[in-house]
Design a protein around this ligand. Structure first.
Ligand code: LMR
Length: 392
């Protein structure tokens, strides 16, 4: 039986982690997988997480099963940050915990597939796992370009794709800090997109994995809220990996926005059934820790301060790269300052990416994506020197 399986290549992005670890060069630079790194190149556990874990060790009374929906206290505590005041829109929103944002995306796509969807519009390039999950749940991907070469949103392409969509189609959007392009829709662009989606009557799914790493927690929620307020129903996928730094604890949430609160029991029962069949219930620890933070004003403030310093560091590196634009005439680095979040795409070839790795110790995705937070003020110069060498 198992001999029938054709070998699959390992996930290219995750393979970079091992490749980088095996490189003995002390000045190697890891711009691969999307984790936040501080100015020392480390990804430390947040102080707020440590404090909440300590409290949890002392107070947690049981690790008995919860249910497919996980820690509902965690799910509810996040809602004001995502949806703002009137976080349930009059009882029309209900959520559940998922194993990471990936679990939420899986659930969203499986749920629309179960509801009869066949096609999903996806602006490309996107997070490569979007296409993999789509294919795995049996949905057809309808790709369209969504970014212009100057690093801004291609609204004509976006609106054109929506215009050409048909009844029952789904569109998958990144809530903020687009992965991998860094392109950020302005508030006006979000309003235009939300109106076009509502007029066409297609079904939006919003994937938000970087809230707070762009312009601010509130600012980064604008797009999600614009969609939620424009359409009768939608699904929101949420990751706490980056904004709480709990990557390997797998903490995500999935929110179902129904046209009427009466519709929610049927929707959530299907989501629960899918969760049960996939992972039964999500891992508890990270959700319980984040619930502990969000119910404690001092820990919440500690978390907000840490998030702000991350955001400011990412912004400083972006500005520093943009300021080096003259040194790399082949590329437009100025657009990095106009973009947001951990990522940017450099229009360089796979060969140039390999050359950067071999000659300059710079590890980045073959697509040309860089993780901005993998750079420090000290390593930017080495990166720029490498970029200049491989592009001239
Ligand atoms: C990334 O894009 O680097 C992150 O979202 C990590 C992942 O799971 O791919």
């Amino acid at each position: 039986m198992l001999n029938n399986l054709a070998p699959q290549s390992p996930d290219a992005l995750l393979a970079l982690i091992k490749l980088h670890a095996a490189d003995p060069r002390p000045d190697k630079i890891d711009l691969g997988v999307g984790v936040y790194r501080d100015e020392a190149g480390a990804t430390p556990v947040f102080r707020a997480i440590k404090a909440a874990e300590q409290k949890l060790v002392e107070t947690q009374e049981s690790k008995s099963y919860l249910g497919p929906e996980g820690d509902t206290g965690f799910v509810t505590a996040l809602m004001p940050y995502i949806f703002g005041t009137d976080a349930t829109r009059g009882g029309r929103i209900e959520g559940m915990q998922t194993p990471g944002g990936t679990g939420a995306v899986r659930l969203a796509l499986a749920l629309v597939q179960r509801a009869g969807a066949k096609r999903v519009l996806l602006g490309t390039p996107s997070w490569p796992n979007h296409a993999q999950i789509l294919a795995d749940v049996g949905l057809e991907m309808v790709p369209f370009a969504h970014a212009k070469s100057d690093g801004t949103a291609d609204m004509d392409a976006l609106l054109g794709a929506i215009e050409q969509s048909g009844e029952g189609d789904v569109i998958l959007l990144h809530g903020c800090c687009h992965n991998p392009t860094g392109v950020e829709y302005t508030d006006e662009q979000w309003d235009t997109l939300a109106a076009a989606i509502a007029t066409k009557g297609i079904f939006p799914i919003v994937d938000t994995a970087y809230q707070g790493l762009g312009n601010g927690l509130e600012e980064d929620a604008y797009g999600t809220r614009a969609i939620v307020d424009a359409v009768p129903e939608t699904l929101v996928c949420y990751s706490c990996d980056k904004n709480f730094g709990v990557y390997r604890d797998r903490v995500g949430a999935f929110y179902m926005v129904a046209a009427n609160s009466d519709d929610l029991p049927a929707i959530t029962s299907n989501a629960n059934a899918l969760a049960r069949a996939n992972w039964s219930m999500p891992p508890d620890h990270g959700g319980a820790v984040i619930r502990t933070i969000l119910r404690d004003p001092d820990m919440t403030q500690m978390w907000l301060d840490e998030l702000q310093s991350m955001r400011e560091r990412i912004r400083a590196v972006r500005e520093r790269l943009a300021a080096a634009d003259n040194e790399v005439p082949a590329l437009d680095l100025t657009q990095l300052a106009r973009q947001n979040g951990l990522f940017a795409m450099l229009p360089i070839s796979k060969e140039q990416v390999a050359q950067l790795r071999e000659d300059h110790g710079v590890y980045m995705a073959g697509s040309g994506r860089i993780n901005i937070a993998g750079l420090t003020m000290d390593s930017v110069d080495q990166f720029i020197t490498g970029l200049k060498a491989v592009t001239s």
